[in-house]
Design a protein around this ligand. Structure first.
Ligand code: G
Ligand code: MN
Length: 401
């Protein structure tokens, strides 16, 4: 391959000024004092004694993070959360709860808290969780910047089919011809294939790509059938998968809740599977999501967020899923070697993911210059036509660059 051009890391944007601003909402005076003492070296603290006071403060000031008790006199932490979310989608809210309100805390996470701490918790844990919350909200901001680079998504026409019968028959044909192809995901450090992404393909039917299939399925409420078909094919393919590799499977966000993947598969197989959930659609407020995610993890699955930077830029679903792996959308990778803006965005995404212990995959690498830039920016893994095209076998290759 071509010689490697010289590379300079682009200058970072200015660091956020001063300490992060934290709003603490706690009604117990002694706890308030403890938190104040240990947090004021890292944060600029504003303290509210109850939910009503917090509400008033929030009308005049903005914060980088909010730490709130769940059981408050006046307005509860959950009500407060709802209020916060009406005007600010991104400010991370971390809740504190006594064990008896655990149910409420889980419910709160479904409504957009980034997490909860069960009392008694160590001060170290509190610090760690707050730092993580801040990293998550900086990540949401970086995603918003990325989104500004996006051209509007064209609306699929579905070839003029609009009636239910037509859609049903088109989907039936597509499902019959559905097969999978596999594209390698390469460790950019060791240059080895660590995984394959399973991608669905159809023959020459009316619906020719995954987008059209899924849109049709959505309109007639049959997404589940598509997912189960893909899952079955992927599961069958596991036997052919090289021992050391994992398999990434794209699933619809709602499948996380609807489907009992953990019942459909043996645990040893689940450990080799990464479920990819796209960011292209808003997956906020899926009731029970947090609970489902933890069941899937217990069954052995890992989770990835797909198309990061190409879609929905909120904070809460990302926090709820806590993906092990983050896939950076190919629109950010395209021509990254000549775009300082893309380099900056990817650089901050990669460093925030590292801070959150998440591995990054750069998608859609097509040129050696893109690859070199991606490597220099510290992405863990790469995927794209330059490395290998999707194929109906698990291709093995020796990489040199
Ligand atoms: O949304 P998701 O990231 O799962 O989409 C992956 C799609 O991108 C697949 O259809 C795959 O064939 C395609 N793809 C994979 N590598 C490349 C690439 O290098 N360039 C382009 N344009 N498409 C790619
Ligand atoms: Mn994908």
């Amino acid at each position: 391959m071509a010689t490697v051009p010289p590379f300079q890391i682009p200058p970072e944007g200015p660091p956020p000024e001063g300490k992060p601003r934290l709003l603490l909402v706690e009604d117990a005076a002694d706890s308030r004092k403890i938190y104040q003492r240990i947090l004021s070296d890292t944060y600029t603290l504003t303290v509210a004694k109850d939910g009503l006071q917090a509400t008033t403060i929030l009308q005049h000031e903005s914060f980088d993070i909010i730490l709130s008790d769940i059981l408050l006199p006046g307005v509860t932490g959950v009500e407060l959360l709802r209020l916060i979310r009406t005007y600010d989608l991104d400010v991370p809210v971390l809740l504190m709860t006594g064990a008896p309100d655990l149910e409420g805390a889980i419910h709160a996470v479904d409504h957009g808290a980034i997490g909860y701490l069960v009392k008694p918790f160590s001060l170290e844990e509190l610090r760690t969780r707050l730092a993580k919350g801040l990293a998550l909200s900086r990540l949401a901001k970086a995603k918003r910047t990325a989104l500004e680079l996006q051209p509007p998504v064209p609306i699929t026409q579905l070839h003029g089919i609009n009636d239910r019968a037509g859609l049903t028959s088109a989907l039936e044909t597509a499902l019959k011809n559905l097969h999978l192809v596999y594209q390698p995901i390469v460790d950019l450090g060791t240059k080895r294939i660590v995984a394959y992404e399973a991608l669905m393909r159809t023959g020459d039917g009316v619906l020719r790509n995954p987008g059209e299939i899924l849109e049709t399925a959505e309109r007639i409420d049959q997404v589940r059938d598509v997912t189960m078909r893909v899952f079955q094919l992927a599961f069958d393919a596991l036997m052919m998968l090289p021992e050391s590799a994992s398999l990434f499977i794209n699933i619809h966000a709602h499948d996380l809740v609807i489907n009992n993947f953990e019942q459909n598969i043996l645990t040893p197989a689940a450990r080799r599977i990464v479920l990819e959930v796209t960011e292209r659609e808003s997956i906020d407020a899926i009731p029970g999501l947090v609970d489902r995610i933890s069941r899937l993890r217990r069954a052995g699955y890992r989770l990835a967020i797909d198309d990061l930077g190409a879609g929905y830029a909120g904070l809460t679903t990302f926090a709820a899923i806590e993906p092990e792996i983050v896939k950076i959308d190919m629109s950010l990778v395209r021509d990254i070697d000549s775009s300082i803006v893309r380099q900056r965005i990817v650089s901050s995404l990669v460093s925030l993911c590292r801070e959150l212990d998440m591995l990054t995959v750069a998608e859609g690498i097509e040129t050696i210059s893109e690859l070199v830039t991606i490597i220099n920016l510290g992405c863990n893994y790469g995927q794209g036509y330059l490395l290998a095209r999707p194929d109906d076998r698990f291709v093995t290759k020796f990489f040199q660059w």
